[in-house]
Design a binder for this molecule. Structure first.
Ligand code: PEP
Ligand code: MG
Length: 594
């Protein structure tokens, strides 16, 4: 795709749309005005490798606060209108729940019941009797309840958010604008949103949503991780895209990280042909290896047994990251030993003799708070007590939770053929790794056999990986999501910094190289289990940096397998050298692709 110079000369054009006809760089607001049919391009961070084209359908926005002006109709009419709006919201939530099924249906049923709550209806009726319009009466009544619930503490925080969502939907219906949330389109579309709440993402229909484009979010945001898991191509953190109007034809190129409105026929043809070619190349099967035979294990990232069928279908050679905290995110009490044994065994038994399953111990804190692992208030949780630290800090007050987990892993592994490895998240230095090895050994895990390891997620762990691996630590798995966050000092939760959260950055690559070299020197395996492993080109660079296993969302395995098969190890090393010598993430990508 043709590159147009960016405003800052960097090659990136965050927040600007570019018009082909004028060649000038103009503000997005201007280039993508409602009636414009000119080509405009936006850049963000791509998730996946496909290029797809289709019409835009925007996520419904929350309506503005209704004005506190006298009602247009009489009190009875306004009350009837408000009640009808609430009933329509309840019906819509139930219909969405029925379509999604499972836990989502339960959640949406609870929301529908809130919309029908008699005390809320009373509040609405009282306000319409006082001369307020339907929308204003709904807004005020729900706002009052939100305040009351908000005062009841953290536990009610979720309910407060739910009430806000229901009120926004009902106000939208009462004022005759589309409800916030997924568009009602029945034909395939490209979904454009500021960002997606997990509840919205869970409702995405893969047959309808051709691609996802968000203005917020970075490559490691939950939106990106979920999009990858669902196999939906996405471009996230693409500033300015909210100016795109419904129905605008766009080309979304996840490999390039671009969104083009009114693409010309040539670029459309070229992008889609490349995408089809790479999908066709991805029909290879079998274990991962470079073109000259260097084995590179292709493993799956999972959050529980429900993810295993997709991993097996993709030909995963095992599991490189079992995020155990995903099983217990909402739990108030620590999971029991027995419950954990069942949950882990359900995963282990799906993999046969010799297949590696790497279980990560609970990664508590920051973006993954676990109520049963109390950590206290922190001004900056990403730099606070999290990961392994959560079980060592506070004089070991949470240590029993980790001990129970290790015992449960040992018990579940004992009867299964799979080769169970265990690793700790957020380790900074050798003494922490040794502490973990001590505890794991005490719980009967195979430290001497090299099956107890650590994640490399901080620059300190990458730079001292030699010292860590010189001890009893058996392996290292690089978590590039956090490693990028800490290297770039860019919070992975902050969409505004999405472009800094790019694992292609040479600073991140050099740290990966340091860990890879430490692994080769120690004769101990080093893998990658962050999102970086799912990028086919970057996967080759990682192999060039000494990485020998790649763990990713199952949907990415085929393309990574295909990319490795087309390059020799020496070519991967040369790509890595070029990328590490670049100045920016963008240049590194280009240098590797040359
Ligand atoms: C990582 O940080 O790269 C990683 C794999 O762990 P998580 O994304 O769960 O923090
Ligand atoms: Mg991490």
């Amino acid at each position: 795709m043709a590159e147009t110079p960016a405003a800052d000369g960097s090659g990136r054009s965050e927040g600007v749309g570019r018009t082909e006809s004028t060649g000038r760089v103009e503000s997005t607001e201007r280039t993508a005005s409602a009636e414009s049919t000119e080509r405009a391009e936006y850049e963000g961070v791509g998730v996946g490798t496909a290029a797809v084209a289709g019409p835009v359908a925007r996520m419904g926005q929350a309506p503005p606060e209704p004005p506190d002006t006298p009602a247009a109709g009489d009190a009875d009419d306004e009350r009837a209108k408000a009640f009808a709006a609430l009933a329509a919201v309840a019906a819509d939530l139930r219909a969405r729940g029925a379509a999604a099924g499972g836990d989502t249906a339960d959640v949406l049923e609870a929301q529908a019941m809130m919309a029908e709550d008699p005390s809320l209806a009373e509040g609405v009726a009282a306000r319409t009797a006082d001369g307020k319009g339907a929308a204003r009466a709904i807004h005020e009544t729900f706002a009052e309840y939100r305040e009351v619930l908000g005062g009841l503490g953290d536990y009610m925080a979720g309910r407060v958010a739910d009430l806000g969502d229901i009120a926004a939907r009902a106000v939208a219906v009462a004022t005759g604008v589309p409800m916030p949330g997924l568009p009602p389109n029945e034909d395939p579309y490209i979904l454009v949103a500021e960002d997606l709440a997990p509840a919205d993402t869970a409702l995405l229909d893969k047959n309808l949503v051709l691609a996802l484009v968000t203005a917020e979010g970075g490559p490691t945001s939950h939106t990106a991780i979920l999009a990858r898991a669902m196999g939906i191509p996405a471009v996230v953190g693409a500033a300015g895209v909210l100016a795109l109007t419904d129905g605008t034809p766009v080309l979304v190129d996840a490999a390039e990280g671009t969104v083009v409105a009114y693409p010309d026929d040539d670029e459309l043809g070229a992008a889609v042909a490349r995408s089809v070619a790479s999908a066709a190349a991805a029909t290879l099967s079998g274990p991962g290896r470079t073109g000259d035979g260097q084995a590179v294990k292709l493993l799956a990232n999972i959050g529980g047994a429900a993810d295993v069928p997709a991993a097996l279908a993709a030909g995963a050679e095992g599991v490189g990251l079992f995020r155990t905290e995903f099983l217990y995110l909402g739990a108030e009490e620590p999971p029991t030993f027995e419950a954990q044994v069942r949950a882990y065994r359900a995963v282990f038994e799906a993999f046969g003799e010799g297949a590696r399953v790497v279980v990560r111990t609970l990664d508590a804190g920051a973006d993954k708070p676990l109520p049963f692992v109390p950590l206290g208030e922190e001004p900056n949780p990403a730099l606070g007590v999290r990961g392994l630290r959560a079980f060592r800090a506070f004089d070991g007050r949470n240590e029993a939770v980790l001990r129970t987990q290790l015992l449960a892993i040992r018990e579940a592994a004992g009867t299964e053929a799979a080769e169970v490895w265990v690793m700790a998240p957020m380790v900074d230095e050798a003494p922490e790794a040794e502490w973990f090895c001590d505890l794991a050994a005490a719980c009967g895990l195979d430290v001497a056999g090299g099956r107890v390891g650590i994640m490399v997620e901080t620059p300190s762990a990458a730079l001292t990986a030699g010292a860590i691996l010189a001890g009893r630590t058996g392996f290292a798995s690089i978590g590039t999501n956090d490693l990028t966050q800490y290297t770039m000092a860019a919070d992975r939760m902050l969409g505004a910094l999405g472009t800094l959260q790019d694992p292609w950055h040479p600073a991140v690559l050099r740290l990966i190289g340091a860990a890879g070299s430490a692994g080769s020197a120690a004769g101990k395996p080093v893998g990658v289990c962050g999102e970086a492993a799912a990028d086919p080109l970057l996967a080759c660079v990682l192999v060039g940096l000494g990485v020998r296993s790649l763990s990713m969302a199952p949907s990415a395995i085929a393309e990574v397998r295909a990319a490795l098969a087309t390059r020799t190890l020496a070519e991967c090393v040369a790509m890595a050298e070029r990328a590490c010598g670049a100045a920016t993430a963008r240049e590194a990508r280009r240098a590797a692709a040359e």
